[in-house]
Write a protein that binds this ligand. Structure first.
Ligand SMILES: Nc1ncnc2c1ncn2[C@@H]1O[C@H](COP(=O)(O)OP(=O)(O)OP(=O)(O)O)[C@@H](O)[C@H]1O
Length: 276
């Protein structure tokens, strides 16, 4: 499904991503972990063409995407929605218009400039907001919402694209533990219910273990771990982070492990499942 073959990204003398090869055979929830500067964001940004590889290839369903240009590149970006740590909403615009911006890859900017959204799109946007539990926020300005609500608006905007894959670059890094939990459960539910691939950069080990089927550990641009949550032991994590014996998992924890039993149904991760 998604195949990276010796993908490298060089910025001047910095090799941000170094010969990364990954094969993800079916929609999976993948977590990418690693210390700051390990290359996680650069890897994600290459997947949706915000950056181009210096070498190597990225193929989705057998089609090379890293060399796509113009409308073909935009077509791929529509299938490969991205959400960011800082939400990237238009703060003074109402929530539903922010969500409708998710259609721009397919409809062009004219709609946004004129705000002439087709009723069918408005209904779709509201139904996505309902699904994410924030429909009552639809008329409010985005800036009036909490961080967790804003990130759910960003997820709604991504879903408006009906993407095959959602890329999330540190989606909970700006959120408190409760909002982080809501956002991660939202992404997991979208994965479970819609069968969309989700690739998520995460700073916190407990979050990666809890929500992802497969975890990729990066260090200095290279993949140094690729396995299941169960295989991500403290010793392995210490290697990924290049830490010594004083390494404490607590330092990378969002402390959302002990949430009450209100979690949505979650597929159990298994070695067979993750080995894709
Ligand atoms: N546009 C750029 N120009 C030059 N160097 C860059 C650029 N983007 C990233 N880098 C460098 O590439 C390396 C990897 O950065 P990247 O942001 O991908 O790491 P990261 O693992 O996502 O880090 P963080 O968790 O802090 O976001 C770093 O050394 C960074 O300074």
């Amino acid at each position: 499904m998604l195949t990276l073959d010796t993908v490298t990204k060089q910025f001047g003398t910095t090799r941000a991503v170094d010969s990364v090869s990954l094969d993800i055979a079916r929609p999976t929830m993948v977590g990418i972990i690693g210390a700051s500067g390990a290359g996680k964001s650069t890897l994600l940004r290459m997947l949706n063409l915000l950056e181009r590889p210096s070498a190597g290839s990225i193929a989705f369903e057998g089609r090379e995407i890293s060399t796509l240009k113009g409308s073909r590149a935009r077509g791929w970006q529509a299938q490969c929605a991205m959400i960011f740590q800082q939400f990237n909403l238009v703060p003074r615009m109402d929530v539903v218009s922010n969500v409708l911006h998710g259609t721009l890859y397919t409809t062009g900017t004219f709609r946004a400039l004129t705000a002439l959204w087709p009723e069918v799109d408005i209904r779709k946007a509201i139904s996505i907001l309902e699904r994410l539990g924030i429909a009552e926020q639809a008329p409010k300005r985005a800036e009036a919402l909490s961080g967790g609500q804003q990130q759910r608006v960003a997820i709604a905007r991504a879903l408006m694209q009906d993407p095959k894959m959602i890329l999330a670059d540190e989606p909970i890094a700006s959120l408190d533990p409760m909002n982080a939990q809501v956002v991660m459960e939202t992404l997991r539910t979208i994965h479970d219910e819609d069968g969309r691939m989700i690739v998520c950069n995460l700073h916190t080990l407990d979050t990666a273990r809890r929500y992802c089927d497969r975890i990729v550990g990066m260090r200095k641009g290279r993949v140094v771990f690729d396995g299941t949550p169960e295989q991500l032991t403290t010793g392995v994590a210490r290697d990924i982070y290049g830490a010594d014996g004083t390494f404490s998992e607590h330092a990378t924890s969002t402390e959302i492990r002990d949430r009450p039993a209100a979690a949505p149904p979650r597929k159990a991760a298994s070695p067979a499942k993750a080995a894709v």
